[in-house]
Design a protein around this ligand. Sequence first.
Ligand code: ZN
Ligand code: ZN
Length: 249
Amino acid sequence: MRLRVLGSNGTYPTPGRPCSGFLVEAGGTVVMLDAGPGTVAALQEAGEAARLSALVVTHAHPDHCSDVFSLFNLLRLGPEPRSGLPVLGPEGLAAGLARFLGAGEDHAFYEVFDWRAVGGGDRVSMGEVELTFGLAHHQVPTLVVSCRAEGRRVVYSGDTGPGGDLAAMAAGADLLLCEATFQGEPGATGFPYHLSAAGAGALAKEAAVGRLVLTHLSPRLDPDRSVSEAAVAFGGPVDWAAPGWEVET
Ligand SMILES: [Zn+2]
Ligand SMILES: [Zn+2]
């Protein structure tokens, strides 16, 4: 199974750094996780737009979903039009995005995308990849996503603070792609809906994952420092999800 990074900025994109978006690939299956601003351009740069098997949108915050509209236009009006792309997200996501477009039931938004609501405990097979969902601890309904293929497992935190289903779902994963919005002592900011790099490292250690990849770093932070703080807490291999970075697991 291969993980490719389209973007990983938390909260807002910066030049050359889109917000959250990843490709998980196994065999001929390509699943995109999140569609933050800038990721649809990166998807085209990666040459994978036409091969996309499904999109998972973890939650309705713009840094994870605003490029759904770009993808809609690309698939509808771009060089290789297509319809029926499965899009999995929490209950209410499709209706909220459709409302922004003013899209009624007969709108192309529901032709281009095959919307499916998923929640904690749900399991969906997409080609070679089996997806399992849990719930994060965040301000809005947010998915934690486990991807299993070829005997390997990648778990993506979405946005989460301590709590929720992440720790249980991450247990024994080969790779944990974990949000690390902050630096410094876990909990120091007092904000309960995101993790620090050290908090992500501690969670990775507790869950005994094979490797830790940090994402959703605040754009104003030095990624190398986040990696150092997570590595001290984890004691295993840690990387930062730089745009364009990829890894086989
Ligand atoms: Zn976010
Ligand atoms: Zn969020």
